[in-house]
Design a protein around this ligand. Structure first.
Ligand code: IDP
Ligand code: MG
Length: 147
């Protein structure tokens, strides 16, 4: 269903700090359904492809190095208006500017090490979900045939 899903990554740092559980709790409390999930370590090619849009930015090399530094959790989250609702839940890219109670405000270490990724548009959510998950790995609440 269009507009109902987003991709999140619990980034290295948050995983290392044992924040997987607390972050998933916030996600569930906010009414998101976890439709797919995996723990993995991004290789260099995957990280560069995922963040290709930022390749001219001064922080790109450092971001790639950080994102490949350890395991991450990737997940597809479902809710009405998922992209917008999840961006609201995670807060501003810079944790110092994120509202109290947001995931980044609670769990980020810095602008780069900001705990989680969230897709920024429905089109990118589609691309990013396809980047990590095949159809058979998804268990959508909007497609209850899986249950
Ligand atoms: P977003 O994750 O809030 O969508 P983007 O601008 O798409 O923010 O940036 C992607 C990621 O790159 C951020 O989540 C953060 O990890 C990192 N990043 C963005 N801007 C900076 C910066 O100015 N310094 C260091 N890292 C940054
Ligand atoms: Mg972004």
């Amino acid at each position: 269903m269009a507009g109902s899903k987003t991709l999140t990554i619990i980034k290295p740092g948050a995983v290392t700090n044992e924040y997987i559980g607390p972050i998933l709790a916030r996600i569930n409390e906010a009414g998101f359904h976890i439709a797919a999930m995996r723990l993995l370590r991004l290789n260099l090619t995957q990280a560069k492809n995922f963040y290709a849009v930022h390749k001219e930015k001064p922080f790109y090399e450092s971001l790639i190095s950080f994102m490949t530094s350890g395991p991450v959790v990737v997940a597809i989250l479902e809710k009405k208006d998922a992209v917008k609702e999840y961006r609201k839940l995670i807060g501003h890219t810079d944790p110092n500017k994120a509202q109290p109670g947001t995931i980044r405000r609670m769990f980020a270490e810095s602008m780069e090490r900001n705990a989680v990724h969230g897709s920024d548009s429905d089109a990118n959510a589609e691309i990013e979900c396809d980047f990590f998950f095949s159809k058979s790995e998804r268990f959508s609440n909007f497609d209850p045939v899986h249950f």
